[in-house]
Design a protein around this ligand. Structure first.
Ligand code: L34
Length: 295
């Protein structure tokens, strides 16, 4: 069994980016610039956005954090989005989800210019992705693909089981795994809350991607010997022995599942850090005009 070390990969990718940034900055150009909008004070969101801002510094990027209280109106947030859309100094930006209930997430996503949508959540980018055309890939699925690629895990012709059909993970990763590409060319089964017997489907899988947000959902009896297990869940569970009062666990019963796997991702230190570096990779693409011509 081999652990896929998301922290180490993330460090490596940030160092590669840093090298590219240093080169362009040496020619007198400004560094890539990512902005993040954080609404309210959801502790997990704050922690994720902090990691994003810190990673920008590691990679030599500029970053701007815009924080507003949860009471902001939808129009107030749309005004911020429009300003970022128009700001020539900002290459890409994200609005951290989830948003407060009175704000319609899709209205916000639709307001972000596809050229600056480094989260890859806009239907334009998701549409390009689905057609196999260059686009910003959603950060978590992109991070998973990077893990498979950099660990030389060949999924061509393999059977994959994705558990969870969210817009930001389950749906896009199932498309990416089945795309005609490297990595790709897998046969994908997408399970969700209305799937009658997930265990029977999971047991057939060479690769399992678990993204439903339920601690320890995937147990050892659901995993085929030698499978690759990608754990996307990040759940906070109470732990009085910790200073913070909680610890992070994934959607996989790690201790019992790991011995059956060929590869497995830990939580923390697995998919999470790769989500963050994928955002930086997209911001680099926005900066260098790789997907859309420079604005
Ligand atoms: N707009 N909203 C938008 N874009 C995203 O790409 C996200 N996502 C998800 C939630 N909302 C979003 C993230 O940023 C999940 N996510 C995310 C980002 C970073 C980490 C986890 C999830 C991360 O850094 N995880 C660390 C531990 C973090 C901690 O200590 O709390 C890890 O090692 O897994």
């Amino acid at each position: 069994m081999q652990i896929i070390d998301g922290n180490a990969l993330a460090q490596q990718i940030k160092a590669e980016l840093r090298e590219k940034v240093d080169k362009v900055v040496a020619t007198g150009k400004r560094a890539p610039h990512l902005a993040a909008v954080l609404i309210g004070d959801h502790p997990a969101s704050r922690s994720y956005v902090t990691n994003k801002v810190r990673s920008c510094t590691d990679a030599g990027f500029q970053s701007t954090l815009i924080q507003r209280p949860a009471e902001i109106s939808q129009q107030g947030l749309l005004d911020i989005v429009n300003e970022l859309n128009e700001d020539p100094e900002i290459d890409g930006f994200i609005v951290q989800l989830p948003l407060p209930e009175h704000i319609h997430e899709m209205d916000i996503t639709l307001a972000i210019r596809p050229e600056k949508d480094v989260d890859g959540f806009h239907p334009m980018n998701l549409g390009l992705m689905t057609l196999g055309l260059p686009s910003y890939l959603p950060a978590t699925p992109m991070g998973i693909m990077q893990m498979l690629e950099r660990y030389h895990i060949d999924i061509s012709g393999k059977t994959c089981c994705v558990i969870g059909r969210s817009n930001i993970v389950g749906t896009p990763i199932s498309i990416l795994l089945s795309r005609k590409a490297i990595p790709g060319d897998a046969t994908v089964m997408l399970c969700h809350s209305r799937t009658p017997d997930i265990k029977q489907i999971a047991l057939q899988a060479d690769v399992l991607v678990v993204a439903l947000g339920r601690p320890h959902f995937l147990t050892a009896d659901m995993v085929k010997e030698g499978a690759v297990v990608i754990d996307v869940g990040i759940n906070r569970i109470d732990d009085p022995t910790k200073k913070s009062g909680f610890r992070l666990v994934g959607d996989v019963d790690y201790d019992n599942v790991a011995p059956k796997c060929s590869y497995i991702t830990p939580v923390p230190g697995g998919v999470g850090p790769m989500t963050v570096t994928s955002l930086l990779l997209n911001t680099w693409k926005a900066y260098s005009g790789e997907i859309y011509p420079r604005l």
